[in-house]
Design a binder for this molecule. Structure first.
Ligand code: ZN
Length: 649
């Protein structure tokens, strides 16, 4: 999982959301597809049912966790309805997955190690130290983390938190930290905070540049605003959903750079395995020596993960991922009586843990090697995705965690192809095609016009070929968006594909698109975490502001602005010309038409929130020189992105 500085609100949940409007029942074709999926599933076994509930101690009596003003940020019981046989509107494998993933509460894993699960997207792991609790991964929101810690203290006896460990740089593993510790205790040396090397840079920068696009795309991936239900959201593959509370960040006091490094934290010996550059750019696994327990962070969970997340991010390295899993399976599994993760449930028993890590290793290795093998034989990304998705390795079939509830074979194959070769398949017709709307207009005309395409789409829907129907009807909606019948039929074809999807995030994307087409889209504005923004480097922020510069609106001529950021003792220059906005952190420019002097937050309010120059002056920003030219620069910056059309032109 990854969340952005600007994207704190990309989250979803399920507390107040409305069901998808006008959702249609599953068709006969969908019902038939679900039955054949069910018939092909491996034998259930008892492992996951037993492991997902083993060691349960307690949960909260009131399922709704609220923020300071009483608004709900999480509902523990959001998926309580997932019991019994799968309804026809949910893929039976995904339904089975959610029956294990929906549990919540405090669970004992080994004698001195517990997990709070189901209180947010990720798990909070608790170890008994000599003087207090060691907390690994304090969830996404301050509110959910606080509630989880209260459950720990009320069930096991109240103790202070002596250390916090962030397994990696994604916000679902750190942003609730102020719910479990106070920054003053960290500053005073009473609480240690450990993280992998590079954590702060990655935690604060991963999504700054592309935040606007990621936020909008994430609304599809997580079906933002859609309620859980048989015709609605069915979790997110690695957890139920993302909480919608307050995000925070406290910088680590100690970082780990190499595999095999150890620390004694509050009397407990921990050994770290660096796995950076796979699931996250800064990530480690933790071997908790006295408990003989291995935390596989997020490189091994109950599902195939994303080599490239559909919401958009930099593509990940599947080969490195497989190597890390091999190292975990050979170096740490033989010493571990339990293998736990920061998502999903534990695997108990030395042999079971080793088998589970080995199966996941083989899954990523197979994906990588077979994609590259076919790539080098001349197959393109769509061809490889189609053939590998149709024939996953039979030797892994019995291991449910190799199935795609989050990442899928299909989109991961394309990610691996992209990692090595990029988007282009070397077919020159694909080197310079028309952009989507222009292409759609020509295709619709070539096919015989809108009525003809509608009829073809209708035939495809009647035949249960929703994939082809979506392609035809999406083309028509791009070409002629004001055709209500095309939009209604496209929504129908997306919805049935959503019902049939095994991946929770594929389901979300299809259902979110259907909801958008029916006019029920929820476009959330980004909220911002003060802690996170404060931790982003000034150069990164100036470069981000430059990505909102509209040269065609900039009439104030070449302009140099001097920035004297007094609170951070930082100096910088901004240069705007007819093409670009250049930020340069280090020293003040030799000459400038305007000088801004004051706290960085006021300069950011100017550049990001487009507050008027005069208002910032009143707030304490000193502006020397040509204030009108400065206002001209602010006017040439786009407002912060608020979402855009995806399935319409
Ligand atoms: Zn995560």
């Amino acid at each position: 999982m990854g969340k952005s500085v600007w994207g704190a609100a990309l989250a979803v949940l399920a507390v107040t959301g409305a069901a998808a409007q006008d959702s249609a029942p599953p068709s006969q074709a969908t019902i038939a597809a679900q039955r054949s999926t069910a018939a092909a599933l491996p034998a259930e076994g008892t492992r996951d049912a037993e492991f997902s509930t083993r060691g349960f101690l307690a949960t909260l009596p009131d399922p709704v966790i609220r923020n300071a003003v009483g608004a709900p940020v999480w509902n523990l019981d959001a998926y309580a309805f997932v019991t019994g046989p799968a309804p026809d509107s949910v893929n039976p494998s995904l339904w089975r997955h959610m029956t294990h993933l929906r549990h919540h509460g405090l669970y004992q894993v080994t004698e001195n190690l517990w997990q709070v699960r189901g209180f947010d997207l990720a798990n909070m792991t608790i170890i008994r130290g000599q003087t207090g609790w060691i907390v690994i991964d304090p969830l996404t929101s301050v509110e959910t983390a606080k509630a989880a810690l209260e459950l720990v203290n009320s069930t096991l006896g109240a103790r202070p938190v002596s250390a916090v460990i962030y397994s990696h740089s994604h916000a679902d593993h750190f942003a609730g930290v102020r719910g479990v510790i106070d920054p003053a205790d960290v500053a005073a040396g009473r609480v240690a905070v450990l993280a992998p090397d590079g954590f702060m840079e990655e935690a604060t920068s991963e999504n700054v540049m592309a935040g606007g696009a990621m936020l909008r795309r994430a609304a599809y991936q997580f079906a933002t605003g859609m309620a859980p239900g048989a015709a609605g959201q069915m979790g997110s593959g690695i957890g139920m959903a993302v909480s919608t509370g307050t995000q925070s960040l406290i910088a680590p006091t100690d970082t780990i750079a190499r595999t095999g490094e150890t620390r004694v934290v509050d009397g407990v010996t921990l050994e770290f395995q660096i796995v950076s550059g796979s699931e996250a750019p800064a990530e480690f696994n933790v071997f908790i020596a006295p408990e003989k327990t291995f935390l596989a962070a997020e490189i091994a969970t109950c599902t195939l993960h994303n080599i490239l997340t559909p919401r958009g991010a930099k593509v990940r390295d599947a080969r490195a991922w497989a190597h890390y899993l091999d190292e975990a399976a050979t170096r740490y599994a033989p010493r571990s009586d339990a293998v736990i993760s920061s998502h999903c449930w534990p695997i108990f028993g030395r042999e079971a843990g080793a088998r589970w890590l080995t199966a996941q290793r083989d899954n990523y290795r197979w994906l990588h090697d077979q994609t590259v093998r076919r790539m080098n034989l001349g197959e393109t990304m769509a061809e490889i995705a189609e053939s590998l998705a149709a024939a996953p390795p039979p030797g892994l079939a019995a291991e449910w965690s190799t199935r795609g509830y989050y990442g899928t074979i299909s989109h991961n194959v394309k990610a691996i192809y992209q990692f090595y070769l990029g988007w282009y398949d070397a077919v020159p017709a694909n080197l310079h095609p028309h952009p989507p709307v222009e292409r759609a207009k020509r295709l619709v005309e070539a096919l015989g016009g809108a009525e003809r395409v509608l009829a073809l789409g209708e035939n495809a829907i009647a035949a249960g070929d929703y994939r082809w129907a979506s392609e035809l009807l999406q083309t028509l909606v791009f070409a002629a968006p004001e055709t209500p019948r095309a939009k209604a039929m496209l929504a129908q074809s997306y919805e049935q594909q959503g019902y049939q999807a095994e991946s929770a995030i594929w389901r979300n994307q299809f259902l979110a698109a259907a909801s958008d087409l029916r006019g029920a889209s929820a476009r959330q504005a980004a909220t911002q975490s003060t802690d996170l923004i404060a931790a982003v480097a000034t150069q990164e922020l100036l470069d981000s502001a430059a990505t909102r510069f509209a040269p065609e609106r900039f009439k104030a001529g070449p302009l140099t602005v001097a920035l004297d950021l007094t609170d951070r003792k930082e100096q910088a220059a901004l240069e705007a010309n007819g093409q670009v906005l250049i930020g340069r952190v280090g020293t003040l420019p030799d000459s400038s038409r305007v000088t801004l002097r004051g706290p960085r937050a006021l300069v950011l309010a100017l550049l990001f929130l487009k507050q008027p120059v005069a208002a910032m002056q009143k707030a304490g920003l000193q502006v020397e020189g040509d204030a009108a030219a400065l206002q001209g620069l602010v006017d040439a910056l786009d407002p912060m992105p608020q979402g855009f059309a995806i399935i319409e032109p």
